[in-house]
Design a protein around this ligand. Structure first.
Ligand SMILES: [Zn+2]
Length: 294
């Protein structure tokens, strides 16, 4: 099992096998491709573009896919995923990233915003002409975008998924079975402010392990500043590591925070005794490695 970081600065931290950098973010900020790292690219959420070109927004019968639309509780503003010009600009960005010496490419938010989207004229016309029902047309639209993106990337290629094992197809157009054909791995973010209560992480890890036909990366938030929460996080990492996952990724703001987690784990004899007692071998190996560095 590998351990990694998801980080907002293009920095590789010692003691981690995988480093994921957000090179295009939900706010529309675009960074340079980070060499030696997995570059994570946000596709159809782009606050900056939508401020400049609001006509690109995804639509529903209850209005646009924006945070200010009270008919929904969307966390971001979404671009309609069938706008060809915008699609091409994203595919170009993916292609340019893959041309650099990057370790891998991950896409996020490449799907529909929610169940009722998108009913713009173009999407309605495309669905009618496809002869498919609404559910299938949406799923095929998303899978087709991933298929096109995959062709541009020679490095390991993965996609983030919204962590809903039951309704992902209805809500976002995510057909896990079909998508598995075009990806090397699935990246599943199980984000939380803390993991003091964590049974749901264990449950979702089991569900996705069973459901997804490719290796999975589980992402946990590690931007937690207090000691008690860091300890809860470390226990959660240990539980996830006992399932057959390809990697666990820790979301950190910067390299210093990642190092702090390593030091806490190395120096916490209670934690290490607990790992030993319950036989968390994968986690033990990671900490033995960290011990040599931190
Ligand atoms: Zn549309």
């Amino acid at each position: 099992m590998k351990i990694g970081t998801v980080i907002y600065e293009p920095t590789i931290v010692d003691g981690f096998d995988i480093s994921v950098y957000y090179s295009k973010r939900v706010d529309g900020v675009v960074g340079k491709p980070a060499k030696g790292m997995y570059n994570d690219i946000t596709c159809f959420v782009d606050a900056k573009t939508l401020r400049e070109r609001p006509e690109l927004v995804a639509l529903s019968e209850n209005g646009p896919a924006t945070r200010t639309n009270k008919a929904f509780t969307l966390p971001w503003d979404f671009v309609c995923p069938t706008n060809e010009e915008y699609q091409s600009s994203i595919l170009r960005f993916i292609e340019d990233t893959a041309k650099e010496d990057v370790e891998g490419v991950i896409l996020n938010l490449y799907h529909f915003p929610e169940e009722k989207f998108c009913t713009c004229d173009r999407c309605s016309k495309q669905q009618r002409e496809s002869g498919l029902d609404w559910l299938e047309w949406r799923a095929q639209t998303v899978t087709d975008f991933i298929r096109r993106a995959k062709k541009l990337v020679k490095q390991p290629f993965g996609i983030e998924i919204w962590p809903d094992p039951i309704l992902a197809k209805e809500r976002f157009g995510l057909d896990f079975e079909a998508l598995a054909e075009y990806v090397d791995f699935f990246h599943v973010p199980l984000s939380s402010h803390n993991y003091v209560t964590m049974y749901w992480v264990d449950t979702l890890t089991r569900d996705f392990k069973k459901l997804l036909k490719k290796p999975i990366f589980i992402e946990l938030s590690a931007e937690i500043p207090r000691d008690v929460e860091t300890k809860a996080l470390l226990r959660t990492v240990a539980y996830v590591s006992s399932h057959d996952v390809e990697a666990i990724l820790l979301l950190v703001h910067d390299a210093e925070r990642a190092k702090e987690i390593c030091r806490t784990a190395v120096n916490d004899s209670n934690y290490r005794g607990w790992l030993e007692k319950f036989g968390f071998e994968n986690m033990n190996k990671i900490i033995e490695r960290w011990e040599k560095i931190y």
